[in-house]
Design a protein around this ligand. Structure first.
Ligand code: GSH
Length: 223
């Protein structure tokens, strides 16, 4: 039996909220760095644990492999309930927690499959690719705006306790326009993710795994 968790992941990717969760939990883990968007050699590193060749994939100390970022995050939070990184099964917040934990990958994260490489749908048609990129940016902004309208955040998205949902949104919101549009359509969620960015327990972690380089929030394309 392995002693620690192994994460197949990459800097700035969907593995980062999983790594942040394990950091907060104080659980030992190692990362197999595999930026899958960089080509077949990187994708091949992941093929053995995820036939879709996507990250993140978590291999547990028992040797079980779990893919799908939201499933991994929920599983970890439930596995260590004393850390209170998710509302408990009988909490009145549980339904909304599950709702948004599914919404983020279903409505938003999944669009990056085509945004990362629009030719996956557009083929060699560059103009169509550009239209897909713009339309998916609008859709992502609409989805963040819808989430903002449905939530009533406290210090964190579901109230005053940090959950894995906050870690998840803090990372996914940085893709594309580097939160430029996110802050515009979701100002209250924006306050929450800035609080997560500034969490002293994660300062060294963010610097290593998703650095806040100068001006990152205002750089980038349409998103
Ligand atoms: N549904 C998956 C999506 C994972 C995903 O799209 N990962 C990206 C990196 S952040 C990836 O590996 N992309 C390469 C590809 O799809 O070919 C999840 O939530 O974990």
């Amino acid at each position: 039996m392995n002693q620690a968790y192994t994460i197949f992941g990459a800097l700035g990717s969907g593995s980062v909220p999983v790594e942040a969760t394990l950091t907060l939990l104080g659980q030992p883990y190692s990362v197999v760095e595999a930026p899958t968007w960089e080509g077949e050699a990187q994708r091949a590193k992941v093929a053995g644990v995820n036939p879709l060749k996507q990250i993140p994939a978590l291999v547990t100390p028992d040797g079980e492999t779990i893919t799908e970022s939201a499933a991994i995050l929920i599983w970890l939070a439930d596995r260590f309930p004393q850390a209170r990184l998710a509302p408990s099964l009988d909490s009145p917040l549980r339904g909304q927690f599950l709702r948004w934990m599914v919404f983020v990958p279903a409505a938003i994260y999944s669009l990056f499959w085509v945004r990362d490489d629009p030719s996956r749908l557009a083929g060699p048609d560059a103009e169509l690719g550009a239209r897909i990129k713009a339309a998916t940016a609008d859709r992502i902004a609409d989805c963040w705006g819808m989430m903002e309208s449905q939530l009533d955040p406290g210090r964190y998205l579901l109230g005053d306790e940090l959950t894995v949902l906050d870690l998840y949104v803090a990372v996914v919101s940085r893709w594309g326009s580097r939160r430029k549009r996110f802050y515009a359509v979701a100002p209250r969620m924006g306050e929450v993710v800035r609080r997560v960015d500034a969490d002293p327990r994660l300062e060294a972690f963010w610097a290593e795994r998703f650095p806040f380089v100068d001006g990152w929030e205002s750089r980038g394309a349409a998103g």
